[in-house]
Design a protein around this ligand. Sequence first.
Ligand SMILES: Cc1cc2nc3c(=O)[nH]c(=O)nc-3n(C[C@H](O)[C@H](O)[C@H](O)COP(=O)(O)OP(=O)(O)OC[C@H]3O[C@@H](n4cnc5c(N)ncnc54)[C@H](O)[C@@H]3O)c2cc1C
Length: 401
Amino acid sequence: MDFSISEKMQTIIGMINEFVEKELIPLEPEFLTTPSRKMIPRIEEKRQMVRQIELWAPNHPKEYGGMGLNLVEHALVSEALGRTPLGHLVFGCQAPDAGNIEILYKYGTDAQKEKYLRPLIAGKIRSCFSMTEIDLPGSNPVMLDTTAVKDGDDYLINGHKWYTSSADGAEFAIVMAVTNPDAPPYLRASMIIVPTNTPGFNLVRNIPVMGHAGEDYFSHAEILYQSCRVSQRNLLGPEGQGFVLAQDRLGPGRIHHCMRWIGICNRAFDLMCSRAVNRIISPEKTLAMKQIIQSWIAECAADIRSARLMVLHTAWTIENLGVKEARQDISLIKFVVANVMQKVIDRALQVHGGLGMTDDRIIAFYYRHERAARIYDGADEVHKVSVARRILREYEGKQVK
Ligand SMILES: Cc1cc2nc3c(=O)[nH]c(=O)nc-3n(C[C@H](O)[C@H](O)[C@H](O)COP(=O)(O)OP(=O)(O)OC[C@H]3O[C@@H](n4cnc5c(N)ncnc54)[C@H](O)[C@@H]3O)c2cc1C
């Protein structure tokens, strides 16, 4: 098994690490205390620097101005960028745009690609993904109430969504709506591109999450689609294939998220160790000398390392054998890494004591924002049940001695 990292990737990761340390981590105090919309010029300034050093849109296709890195390569990039909440946004590979770009690239018509994909990859516009509904379980997405009914050459969309992340300030939403109510459950829904300035696209509010409603990119919206009329040319992919597209969107997306979370773990771990070594808790004794802290540090190191290998192996499997072969691994990494991250952030916060609760360090931001990792893109329990079912199926009719 070859664990080596190519020279090209070593150079890229080295450049990213330097940029994160010099340009982004120093921006965090301002980011943590400034409304997000006011930060846009500062973020654009940094994005321009990233374009100049030719590291813009690392995972996106070269023909559209990206770097065209493969999934394993981008996994390493995502880890490096995860060290700061600004990383992915400044390098043009942030969710939910990254997932939308993937499906627009694979399923978009030429006209859709020119109108939406090209400016999205260039970072000139943002987008959002509107599937989860306020009154129905996101864990069982075939239960959808939102409808898109044909009316002449158009669709009329009606529905009530929430948790449409980053809708505030986005140019368009990719909306999941029922177009074929009489089809079998997995063939009922379609994805439709809805510009956010369409009459009937009503952003009700940015939902307060863990004490912050946020704004612009850093927000999650409740949206009412009220007789929202868009051309049938805005259908993305074939009608009734919304769940097929959603699956395509989620596979590589989970690698991006999981490696971003590993990056968060690395940052929290570094902060924890540095604090432990430097915090004097009694004359001539530091926190690092306490066995309980040493035990946490060793456990976190082992957890992070094993989680990281699991994700890289899953990325390698997707890249070489396809998403289908990696299905079980994709579910495993989703809940394993989310839980490792939560534990590492929590330990890092605890080691910092009162300081950990403040916005003088990045840990509290991660604590607030990343709890959701165990819920979105499939809650822990949903993945566990699905993995266990698949494993147990292999034992049916078998006698193990
Ligand atoms: C920060 C954040 C960002 C999000 N961004 C987006 C977005 O951009 N676009 C979008 O469309 N949605 C988004 N979501 C929504 C997300 O996809 C849903 O919250 C998720 O699918 C869970 O659905 P639910 O909240 O309706 O919970 P439910 O489906 O009501 O589930 C609640 C809980 O029940 C348990 N559970 C559910 N099913 C099972 C089962 N089969 N077996 C055992 N236990 C089970 C789990 O513990 C689960 O957490 C986001 C959510 C969050 C928190």
